[in-house]
Design a binder for this molecule. Structure first.
Ligand code: SAM
Ligand code: SF4
Length: 333
């Protein structure tokens, strides 16, 4: 397949935004069932509907050849996908050759087994989700998860030399009281912390409104204890960062509901079914898997331009109403 273009033109969407970042959901499956993310009983996709690792790698090749410079592997839980190391190594070979950065978002439960592999493949930093450090609360929030496995994974990742950012979805009445302790703990551990507003994606068997915590409120609470100074630091995603006076930890805020960030969105997402979603909050997509399986890799190139033209201006989240039937785990958070 002739994919190589030594200096691809920048990928520009219909609104003039430069798209350089691809998030890939490598599986919709997960070993936990976080209450804000999934319903208790989930119907996962049949295996033949999910891209093979080879297909994911081929599509990643194509996107890198077209100008994607940053890829994040996510899910579902990427580290539960069998042979995930093969994919990480394969995409990692592009680092320094079109790809500037390969990263991963994980729930951390399998990190202890995989941390060295990730570092060896060229990953330098990862996001690890940790909404509570309290074992009982963590088990409740994840419907059965064991926080000790995540903490062991975090230690292994640090030992492997990976920089770590903790993702914490801020939830009223569930972990609101842990936000400031989490910030202090991250500072002790040498991790950054990003707080996330819960987003209305997919049916979770309940109403998200009950636990929705606007980050404006969380920030007010933090400011009562710690001075926050906005900083220009960016990691390619939607988080906006603050320095915390007296701490090394940077505090990131992802505020899809209280402070829309779509104006400078640089991302597209590939679901584990090979559908390219131009926005997390819309159903519109372009089906790369069908094109690839029916007509081969050459059929896929023109679809990139079609996808870019269709990227919407913004999402339109309302906390009580799911914006999409899809859970975040299908599209990749
Ligand atoms: N399983 C991995 C994990 O939990 O990190 C990767 C996939 S998960 C979908 C990626 C991120 O999305 C996690 O930080 C998770 O907390 C967040 N997330 C999932 N569902 C969400 C929702 N409805 N609103 C906001 N964040 C969500
Ligand atoms: Fe799994 Fe991540 Fe969703 Fe939790 S947030 S259920 S760990 S995919």
């Amino acid at each position: 397949m002739a994919l190589a273009d030594p200096s691809p033109a920048p990928l520009i969407d219909g609104l003039g935004r430069q798209i350089s970042y691809l998030r890939i959901s490598v599986t919709d499956r997960c070993d936990m069932r976080c209450r804000y993310c999934m319903a208790e009983k989930m119907q996962f996709l049949p295996k033949n509907q999910v891209l093979s690792l080879e297909e994911i790698a081929l599509l990643a090749d194509l996107f890198i050849a077209r100008g994607i410079t940053r890829i994040r592997l996510t899910g579902g839980e990427p580290l539960v996908r069998r042979d995930i190391g093969d994919l990480v190594r394969r995409i990692g070979r592009h680092l320094g050759h079109g790809l500037n950065e390969l990263t991963l978002t994980t729930n951390g439960t399998q990190l202890a087994q995989h941390a060295d592999m990730l570092a060896d493949a060229g990953i330098r930093r990862i996001n690890v989700s940790l909404d509570s450090r309290d074992p009982d609360r963590f088990a409740h929030l994840t419907r059965g998860g064991d926080v000790r496995a995540v903490l062991t994974g975090l230690n292994a990742a640090r030992t492997a030399g990976l920089a770590i950012k903790i993702n914490m979805v801020a939830l009223k009445g569930i972990n609101q009281d842990e936000i400031i302790p989490m910030l202090r703990w991250c500072d002790d551990q040498g991790f950054d912390l990003t707080l996330i507003e819960t987003m209305p994606l997919g049916d979770i068997g309940g109403d998200r409104t009950d636990h929705y915590l606007p980050l404006t409120q969380a920030v007010d609470d933090i400011r009562a204890d710690h001075n926050l100074i906005p900083i220009a630091h960016r990691t390619g995603g939607p988080a906006r960062y603050h320095a915390v006076e007296g701490m090394q930890t940077r505090l990131g805020l992802i505020t899809p509901l209280t402070n829309n960030f779509c104006g400078d969105c640089n991302r597209i997402r590939m679901s584990c079914e090979g559908k390219i979603y131009m926005c997390l909050g819309h159903e519109d997509h372009v089906d790369f898997k069908s094109a690839l399986r029916e007509n081969g890799p050459c059929a896929v190139g023109p679809l990139v331009d079609r996808a870019l033209r269709r990227k919407p201006a913004r999402h339109d989240f309302h906390i009580g109403t799911p914006a999409t039937h899809r859970h975040m785990s299908v599209t990749g958070g």
